[in-house]
Design a protein around this ligand. Sequence first.
Ligand code: SF4
Length: 317
Amino acid sequence: MTRNEKPHQTRHVFGPVPSRRLGISLGVDIIPFKTCSLDCLYCECGRTTLRTIERQSFFPPRRVLDELQAILPGIPHLDFITFSGSGEPTLNSDLGWLIGGIRGLSTAPIAVLTNGTLLSRADVRRELLGADVVLPSLDAALAAGFARINQPAPGLDVGCIVAGMEAFRREYAGKIWLEVFILKGVNDGEADIAALGAALCRIRPDKVQLNTLDRPPAYPGVESADFALLESVRRNWSGLPVEIIKRAGRREEIPAFSSNLENSLLNTIRRRPLTIDDLRTLTGKSEEDLRRYLEVLETEKKVKPVIEGGRIFYTSV
Ligand code: SF4
């Protein structure tokens, strides 16, 4: 970060942070810690403390707009203002009001990360129409798999959730980037993948983003999927716009790893901070390839992403 671009942390607003999926993103958290309709095995925020499907107004929503109003003038560029955090944002019944309020404060696009469970409700779908990008998640389309990986609140039915996502696709003109989390031995069976692929074909998201565990999960014994498994899921869903967003943590995970390329990236970044686009021009490699090298170097604390002048640069540590 430059001196002008310090991250902020107030009660509800945090960042901006460099985000893999959303670029420079300012987070808005409107849910009490771990209040969620699911209790996913892989949740990186820990176990759900209040599992509910009841929407409510958790606090005076004006507070969020006041915080944003105070922070936004000091931030020169944002790719997104993002509803995210450690709970399910659609449980907040002020969501629609807040999206409208943020529109009045900033021209930055608005994104909503959601587990998608409440998309079966017409009021939730209507409120989300005001966002530019909605990023739902869906990890299973069969009831047994849904129960295993997501441990839903009583009353949730995965068939209704998928139907809600299909309805939202018909009603919503913005982008839908749907994330699928794959866990080894939990939702990667042949029938699970086939049913999920069929559901995704009906939902027609603009992107399907395949991910897996990257940080310690809420429940022990949960195993992440390796790149080979994710590639095989991608091959199974060949008619869908699938991208793999799993982070590479080890060199062995990089196909045809080249130490020459790694050294050249490190030496170039040591001389001056560079963006992914700069590195693509310099090396001729794809963004996906470069990200894997950078993620390994980040894990080893040799490089880090920083926000400067409204762009994300990789700099040496
Ligand atoms: S939906 Fe998100 S916040 Fe809720 S338990 Fe799952 S990963 Fe955690």
